[in-house]
Write a protein that binds this ligand. Structure first.
Ligand SMILES: Cc1cc2nc3c(=O)[nH]c(=O)nc-3n(C[C@H](O)[C@H](O)[C@H](O)COP(=O)(O)O)c2cc1C
Length: 190
């Protein structure tokens, strides 16, 4: 059975550096891993409990179903004002419902991020990990893929050309395979 990974990018920008990281991950996926990039984040409305009680809007249902159907998540997040962009945080807030029984509970996840700045989205990634404590989403710790000065590593066609960064994404994907295997029900303790 292939490991089906859902790629989620926290940017709606056509030329997004973070989308470029996910496209590179699709190319670098190890044998037995299939990565699909979720395309509907821009259609997810702002979270509103009054709307939620009447039933999830279709884009929210599509997002939750995609998470439910995936064996693991791979999230590429930008950093906005030292935090997670609202587009991504809002979608996670929808997906986190109902608390304790959401599609995020127990779903293995890996995080990476790119910025033209110098800190490689370190603060946004930590903020995302913090939310995943509440949702009980077990997240790969290492390697941390913190892509600083992304404009020097991704070309005008949106291709990640920097070999060390490609290597660290490869290692992250291998770590995600091991992580998912360890977390599988009935897996032998590590
Ligand atoms: C509202 C806003 C806030 C930002 N804050 C940060 C920040 O805190 N740290 C950082 O490294 N870059 C910051 N940036 C720059 C983003 O890293 C940059 O726009 C990046 O290209 C966004 O990711 P994307 O290419 O995937 O769209 C910010 C950009 C915007 C629009």
């Amino acid at each position: 059975m292939p490991l089906r990974v859902l790629g989620i990018v926290g940017s709606l920008r056509a030329g997004s550096f973070n989308r470029a990281l996910l496209r590179a991950a699709v190319e670098l996926a190890p044998a037995g891993m299939e990565i699909t990039i979720f395309d509907g984040l821009g259609a997810v409305p702002l979270y509103d409990e009054d709307v939620e009680v009447k039933g999830d809007p279709a884009p929210v249902a599509a997002f939750k179903n995609a998470i439910r159907d995936a064996g693991a998540l791979l999230i590429a997040t930008p950093e906005y004002n030292y935090g997670v962009p609202g587009v991504l945080k809002n979608a996670i807030d929808w997906a986190s419902r109902p608390p304790g029984k959401s599609v995020l509970n127990g779903k293995p996840a890996a995080i990476m991020g790119a910025t033209p700045g110098g800190t490689g989205t370190a603060r946004a990634q930590l903020a995302l990990r913090q939310s995943f404590v509440f949702t009980d989403t077990p997240t790969v710790h290492r390697p941390e893929v913190l892509v600083a000065r992304a404009h020097e590593k991704i070309d005008a066609q949106g291709r990640l050309t920097d070999e060390p960064t490609r290597q660290s994404i490869r290692k992250l994907l291998e770590a995600l395979v091991q992580w998912e295997t360890r977390l599988r029900p009935g897996a032998a303790p590590a």
